[in-house]
Design a protein around this ligand. Sequence first.
Ligand code: KIV
Length: 262
Amino acid sequence: MKSILEFKARKPAGAKISMVSAYTHWEARFLATSPVDCILVGDSLTVVLDGDPLTFAATTEIMARHTRAVARGAGGKLVIADFPFLAARRGVGYAVDCAAELLRVGANAVKIEGVDGHEDVLAHLVQSGVPVLGHIGLTPQSIHALGGYRVQGKNEAAATDLVRQAHAAEAAGCFGLVLECMPPEVAREITAAVGIPTIGIGAGADTDGQVLVFHDLLGLNPHFNTRFMRRFADGATVVADGLAAYAEAVAKGKYPGKKESY
Ligand code: KIV
């Protein structure tokens, strides 16, 4: 998938969208030659790569650096870069500068968490030619306000409010919407209610697509366990076995061999 036009066309066609959060050039190169549709340079990179507990440490500079590396390896696939913590809350001018930086280094679009109170920023970016992917439900940048990593929209009022936010994101011009951690029936209702594709994570199977983090879906992080997680490979074992084999070969003087020496 190379553009947001292809992304949007998937919904009426009833064809699902696969998205992966990735942060480095080599991850992007794996994704470039895979059937995965598009790449999100998520601010979760602070958690996954740096070991931070939260995503707050991501800055425009950090997001731009990783977006550049991913875009160079993405083989022309659609690359969406996360807006960092509070970047959409500092006014339209600040948001334009942030979007400019992320698109200059190779992003095709940006993702912005939340809608309420920055609808003007979403609309201004879209009208300026910057495609914006919305993100509602469990928005990690608002984790303190949400009281922790909790499933959102669990009662009727909260579910109705998520539907309202989804409509607001669509009205602002978002080309798609990430739905994070909500009951499947709420995600299903939102997906039916809006004309833009929804991408779920912890939101059940009835969204227009799914997103998972590269390291999680490949089983590179055996310590990350959450209900929606599925490991599609046992990456941790592959890596551990490879490292053990290398260390053993060095210890026994079996590496390098004659063919590996000049
Ligand atoms: O930062 C991220 O990787 C994300 C996805 C998990 C949706 O926001």
